[in-house]
Write a protein that binds this ligand. Structure first.
Ligand code: ZN
Length: 500
């Protein structure tokens, strides 16, 4: 009578004496011999974790059993739970072997095919499953505990690395790549860059691991601002690791990503040599102009704006067009008394808003005071033993979370209160110097200016003037000269070399 043997241990069992694979195999072989069976084949499953579903040897064992069922009378295991830790899987396997006519025998447990034998098997299986469940519960509660203590217990994300100190719990610390993470948040937070630009910048700076989707994940990961978010808890947990960026920056970036704050990046990426490309329209057919370089007869290169339309031949020298545009912007210079009036109106509006902010700030502070008192009360309750530790942790975390949100709100208020004067001064300066600012800006900023002042279409007229359909409200109310009044002037210091 032929039998087959199946042996398996978990990693933990392997460490304990008497549970080794060799011992199991030996016991099974002895059991076969004692019962006058001939061992046809031994299947040994190595390196098991408690949960592994994929078991190559078990698969081979089943295949072998199906092929050789006529020659096999039994399958010997050390214990029934070798098959599967899960009771229903175990029962399922025992049933399958039964259908093949192969008895499954345990060399350490009751083998009777009687109802008591079946019960024994079920009980043994139940305990195996129970043990397994407890083990995973323990792991989860361990992780929960760690998270509650502010420890990140998963793989360190890009920008952090895991530091293991002997005798201490391992922790995550900023890695060499942290500079890239900081840069990415700063760039997006500035509102001047798109994710694609940030991605390219990081790659160029030597951040080899970055991908576009990883960048998006990074920008949304609160871990970088010191907060831990897991499925265990609804709210953020303040981590013990060093944050790479401030909470203000993180939440600002979230607002931009969620479309709550406008990102002011240009819609179309342009050639840096041609700021007016895709912006000004053709005087003949009103199609948007493009720009490019062409070679002259002597091999010298010339820059031109030309019409995108294939049947249109409009072609304008880059220097001429940009000089005209600069001159046109000059016409937007508002009168001094208008500027002063502007300042007065803005300040007036701001003062009303400020009193609201002060009220708001007072309310936030009051709420924070209340929350802090609540936090103290919770502490008293645990000291007096009136609440359980679980309740304490939960309540404490809730209050801490709300406090954090309030602190952020308060900081936002501060920003607005402090910056109004600088902002106003800049606005005045901007309004008074729009043409020169445009001239001296880089490509990105030039386009932002252009789109700000002329939010809709603007056409270049053949007589050297421009015809916008809409001018930004602020300019149309600042008493600028009408387009007819403006003169085509080359400003001082505006050399062709600057453009070509
Ligand atoms: Zn055209």
């Amino acid at each position: 009578m032929n039998v087959i043997i199946y042996c398996r241990v978990s990693t933990k069992e392997q460490a304990d004496q008497g549970y080794s694979l060799e011992a199991q195999e030996k016991a099974c072989r002895k059991f076969a011999l004692d019962n006058e069976y001939k061992t046809a084949k031994v299947f040994i499953e190595r390196g098991e974790s408690a949960k592994t579903q994929d078991r190559t040897q078990l698969k081979k064992l089943i295949e072998y059993s199906v092929r050789n069922k006529k020659d096999l009378s039994a399958l010997i295991v050390w214990k029934f739970d070798r098959f599967a830790r899960n009771l229903s899987d175990q029962t399922e396997l025992l049933k399958s072997f039964g259908e093949l006519g192969i008895h499954v025998l345990s060399c350490t447990e009751n083998n009777e095919d009687s109802s008591i034998g079946k019960l024994m098997r079920n009980i043994v299986g139940s305990f195996a499953q129970f043990e397994n469940d407890v083990k995973s519960e323990r792991t989860i509660s361990g992780m929960k505990q760690a998270v509650q203590e502010g420890r990140w217990c998963w793989r360190a994300p890009l920008g952090y690395k895991r530091l293991a100190v002997e005798g201490e719990r391992s922790k995550i610390i900023p890695s060499n790549e942290s500079q890239f993470i900081i840069k990415a948040f700063e760039m997006l937070g500035s509102g001047l860059h798109k994710q694609t630009e940030i991605f390219q910048h990081l790659k160029k700076q030597g951040c080899t691991k970055i991908t576009k989707s990883l960048l998006n994940k990074i920008l949304r990961n609160p871990l970088y601002t010191g907060l831990i978010k897991t499925d265990f808890f609804d709210n953020f947990i303040e981590g013990i690791h060093k944050p790479l960026i401030s909470k203000e920056l993180f939440f600002k970036v979230q607002d931009i990503l969620n479309g709550k704050k406008p990102s002011i990046t240009p819609k179309i990426r342009n050639h840096p040599d041609f700021p007016l490309r895709n912006f000004l329209r053709c005087p003949k057919c009103n199609t948007k102009l493009t720009g490019g370089w062409s070679k002259g007869r002597l091999g010298k290169k010339y820059a031109y704006y030309r019409c995108r339309h294939s049947k249109c031949s409009v072609n304008i020298n880059k220097h001429d067009l940009e000089t005209s545009f600069y001159g046109y912007l000059k016409a937007f210079h508002p009168k001094k008394e208008i500027l002063d009036l502007f300042e007065e109106v803005v300040l007036d509006v701001w003062k009303t808003k400020q009193s609201e902010e002060i009220k708001n700030k007072y309310l936030i502070k009051k709420e924070m005071k209340f929350l802090k008192e609540k936090r103290n009360k919770i502490e008293d309750l645990i000291i007096d033993g009136k609440i359980t530790e679980d309740t304490y942790n939960r309540k404490f975390e809730e209050v801490k979370q709300t406090l954090l949100t309030k602190q952020i709100e308060l900081n936002e208020t501060n920003i607005e209160l402090n910056d109004i004067e600088a902002c106003l001064a800049y606005c005045k300066y901007f309004l008074a110097n729009i043409a020169d600012l445009w001239l001296n800006s880089d490509h990105n900023l030039k386009q932002r200016f252009q789109n700000l002042i002329f939010p809709d279409q603007i056409t270049y007229k053949q007589n050297g003037s421009f015809e916008p359909t809409v001018t930004a409200l602020i300019f149309s109310h600042l008493g600028n000269k009408t387009p007819e009044e403006y003169t085509l002037a080359t400003p001082a210091g505006f050399e062709p070399a600057l453009l070509a």
